[in-house]
Design a protein around this ligand. Sequence first.
Ligand code: HEC
Ligand code: HEC
Length: 405
Amino acid sequence: MKVLAAAGLLLLASAAAQSDSAWAVDFDQTQTRRILRHGPWPPAEATDRTNRFSGNADAIRLGAMLFGEPRLSGNAAISCQTCHRPERGWSEAKSRSEGLRRQDRNAPGLLNVRLQRWFGWDGANDSLWADGIRPIVNATEMGGSAAKTAKLLSEDAPLACLARRVEPGYAAMDDEAALVLAAKALAAFQETLSSPRTAFDDFRDALAANDGAGMARYPASAQRGLALFTGRGQCGTCHTGANFSNGEFHDTGLVFFLNDPDRKPGTPRRVDPGRHGGIAHLKANPFNLLGRYNDDPGGMASIPVRHVAQQHRNWGEFKVPSLRSLPATAPYMHDGSKPGLRDVILHYSDLDEDRLHSDGEAILKPLHLTEAEIADLQAFLESLSASDDTATRYDSLRREAASCR
Ligand code: HEC
Ligand code: HEC
């Protein structure tokens, strides 16, 4: 039984008829308004005014080259690509990254990273370019340095050729300025990592155009998952807009203590402070947008860092991730503790309210989903992805870069 009216979507909301193609959803006005807010896709291109190389073709090539460059690291063996694998949505299969030492967090995917306002799970950086400096110089990640980066940019022929094109006077720069140049080129490259249109985007546009035939092409299970997402699940209160993130920080009730197999008996268990620590790092960071390397000093982008202040509730808060292109980026959450999308959904279904509501997030309630609802939500989340060509583009950018003379 497949009942899809051409003029709109007919509702057959009998729970008994819940096999996949059996019933689609008749979205009411409120839900339609909510759904339309998750688009259009792709969003308008915008250059990052804090980075004067944003959008510069040679900087993009230089950044692609540096992204796969292990000589940026202390042991010449770790590059950005070690943890951000192109074929895995620019993330990796490990729950927690390993650089020179094991990290406390999961490497996020980098598709659509340009749309974010804060960077890192704790938002310890307020620009994409500053966020590339941390892994290079952090002793537990890549263990590189400004001096090493400057030397590499002047001694490696293709890198030097590109750096000269991007910034003709770069050879006279001090080491720190050369590190920032490298980070800004890395950012120019990462800005090009965008995910394509998806089945959801086609549905959303068909809904906007009241195109019943277009809407009917979106699987019924994904439609029911979307109804849950924008309705009872209240997922869309945090996962807002076209990129499914409000860009802010929340506590979703994950286990507080770090899973720490290396902990010595008798030592205290560690807790990731999340946003609370992120704000402290941000404020103290010389590369934040109040610092001398912001190419748009006094611009709008520097307002958030000026005004953000630590609050008690920031303990254990983490950034709301985008929900686009998720299937490639498992495992999930800041600590990589959820192996699959089903596990994330079960987390929201079985939330531990006692753990959660001591200090806020009253909107999160255990959803007690049925098996059919879990499958529908998963079908909806999967409909937010489509295969992209960023890995192939990365290879061709690197080939172009290598021939710079
Ligand atoms: C050892 C593994 C590792 C390496 C190497 C690494 N990263 Fe990451 N990356 C991570 C982890 C883990 C996080 C999350 C960090 C956090 O929340 O504090 C992250 C976060 C990021 C983010 C923030 C994304 C977001 O959604 O907020 C960006 C951007 C990024 N990395 C870019 C880079 C670049 C550029 C390089 C190379 C210069 C690099 N990474 C090297 C593991 C790594
Ligand atoms: C109160 C705000 C809030 C609500 C409501 C919410 N989320 Fe989240 N979501 C987050 C935050 C914050 C994270 C990251 C948590 C962490 O890693 O500590 C997250 C993580 C996720 C992830 C993992 C993504 C990744 O890349 O690791 C998925 C999937 C997800 N949420 C789906 C949903 C669904 C489905 C719902 C509704 C049932 C929902 N969320 C409701 C804030 C929210």
